[in-house]
Design a protein around this ligand. Structure first.
Ligand SMILES: CC(C)(COP(=O)(O)OP(=O)(O)OC[C@H]1O[C@@H](n2cnc3c(N)ncnc32)[C@H](O)[C@@H]1OP(=O)(O)O)[C@@H](O)C(=O)NCCC(=O)NCCS
Length: 183
């Protein structure tokens, strides 16, 4: 699966050989991502840390719990979109997380990637719903979700530990279809 997003960037599933490119991307974007992410350990920014993380992610992907994607510009990783916490049965839902390299923002790439991941969740994974949560002041991310057809359904106080504090989040969902679930 290789989905062109424009500007020379493709969306593809994360692959075994991506650990070095992921390390480079997280090192490059350490300050850019700090306000929007959990506190990261020093190991997180090393090849060893990213190799371990990637192995765990690929294992979770094989067992159907996670679908991890990267935005790639040649050998460079320009962002990530993960469909996490995938649950089947009567819920048939997954939770989105995403970020873009600081040098690639403002070109519609996150919106295109989120829309493509939703299409895959609908067509291939057979899910009913995708959810996402943003910090209340993350206007760029909220705009991405609105453009991709998500709607707000709540405000969760003290929801996720981001940049060193439990922070309130705005909750979004997109209903993908009204198909009955496989029970
Ligand atoms: C949020 C993020 C993924 C957006 O990526 P992107 O590729 O720039 O997104 P897009 O270009 O598809 O869309 C961004 C939209 O937000 C708007 N926007 C950006 N900054 C904004 C701001 N400060 N105020 C208002 N709107 C803003 C853009 O104008 C655009 O909307 P438009 O198409 O109507 O003009 C990126 O900024 C990022 O990685 N941020 C840090 C990590 C993060 O916040 N991840 C999401 C956690 S929930």
């Amino acid at each position: 699966m290789m989905i062109p997003l424009g500007h020379g960037v493709v969306l593809r599933p994360v692959a075994e050989g991506d650990a070095q490119a992921l390390t480079d991307a997280y090192v490059r974007n350490r300050e850019h991502l700090r306000p929007w992410e959990p506190r990261r350990s020093e190991t997180f920014f090393t090849l060893t840390g990213q190799t371990e993380r990637l192995e765990a992610q690929l294992q979770a992907c094989r067992s159907g719990r996670v679908m991890p994607w990267v935005l790639a510009d040649g050998d460079r990783i320009a962002g990530c979109v993960n469909l996490n916490s995938i649950v089947y049965g009567a819920f048939a839902s997954g939770a989105l997380g995403y970020w873009l390299d600081a040098g690639y923002t403002g070109r519609g790439l996150a919106t295109g990637a989120v829309m493509a991941v939703c299409r895959d969740a609908h067509e291939r994974l057979g899910l009913h719903r995708v959810e996402a949560a943003t910090l209340v002041h993350n206007v760029a991310s909220q705009r991405v979700l609105e453009k991709a057809g998500f709607e707000v359904y709540g405000l969760a106080p003290n929801y996720i530990h981001i940049d060193g504090e439990w922070r309130d989040h705005r909750l979004y969902q997109r209903i993908l279809n009204d198909r009955a679930p496989k029970l």
